[in-house]
Design a protein around this ligand. Structure first.
Ligand SMILES: [Zn+2]
Length: 257
């Protein structure tokens, strides 16, 4: 596997793209190509934004919406704590639920491209990859009337062509460094515990936390995501009156020289 410094050197986002020793250990087990395609923090197929060295900062990101009920409840919670989050939306759902997508944007949250239909991109043809990204951008821009700057590949899976198309469209690819399996049946307490452990680990390493949660699901609209909403509320309550700062990947990007 490449040495950490060689990975950092390939990145245009050196302050934002962090690869930990643990990651590299796992990489050796997974094997190079699989690691490069699937490991969220891998920089081998091209630079991706993960989290900078700002341990007090947390970016809350929500994938696979807009979704009935959960997205709207989430907006209420985020508003109550005056926190700005990031939503990586599936283009097909944006077309089906434009009102919810508009409500997210109107509340001041950042919205990113999560493809039109949520396929595993590494196994798709070049034509289909480009179509998936451009269709989602069109759905978002038609519905919201704002330019889209961020992209998250479904499952975090990519190959070099995926990242090239994203760059061509002016999109920065954003991964994560905390994931808590909130798409499986669970409780808010379990999710909160996993979130706190992840944040603690990142802080020990001097890193911000880039948390991926899910307000929807790629299979269909209507996925039950209330535990995710309640875990968010609990986390925000715990962080109230602390020095934690909630930010978006755009804040990191705009601060990167
Ligand atoms: Zn997804």
């Amino acid at each position: 596997m490449p040495h950490p410094t060689s990975i950092a050197a390939t990145s245009l986002l050196t302050t934002a793209a962090i690869v930990s020793a643990t990651t590299l250990g796992t990489a050796a087990v997974l094997g190079g190509a699989t690691y490069a395609a699937l490991w969220p923090q891998s920089q081998i197929f091209g630079p991706v934004l993960v989290a900078p060295r700002r341990p007090k900062e947390i970016a809350l990101t929500y994938d696979d919406g807009p979704n009935d009920v959960a997205t709207e409840r989430l907006l209420e919670v985020l508003a109550r704590y005056d926190v700005r989050a990031t939503f990586f939306m599936i283009g097909r759902y944006v077309r089906q639920r434009p009102k919810i997508a508009r409500a997210v944007a109107a509340a001041g949250h950042v919205i990113g491209n999560h493809t039109q239909d949520h396929p595993w991109l590494p196994w798709q043809t070049a034509t289909r990859i480009r179509q998936q990204l451009t269709d989602c951008n069109a759905a978002l821009e038609d519905t919201l009337g704002i330019p889209i700057r961020l992209f998250r590949p479904p499952h975090g899976a990519r190959r070099p062509y995926v990242l090239r198309v994203a760059r061509d469209l002016g999109l920065t690819t954003v991964q994560w460094n905390i994931i808590v399996s909130d798409w499986l049946p669970t409780t808010p307490e379990t999710l909160l515990d996993r979130l706190q452990r992840g944040i603690g680990k990142n802080r020990q390493q001097g890193l911000a936390s880039n948390i991926v949660l899910h307000d929807g699901g790629d299979k269909a609209l209507g996925q039950p995501r209330i535990p995710t909403v309640e875990a968010t509320q609990k986390l925000l309550e715990l962080c109230k009156a602390t020095s934690t700062k909630f930010v978006t990947p755009l804040d990191w990007l705009d601060a990167t020289p």
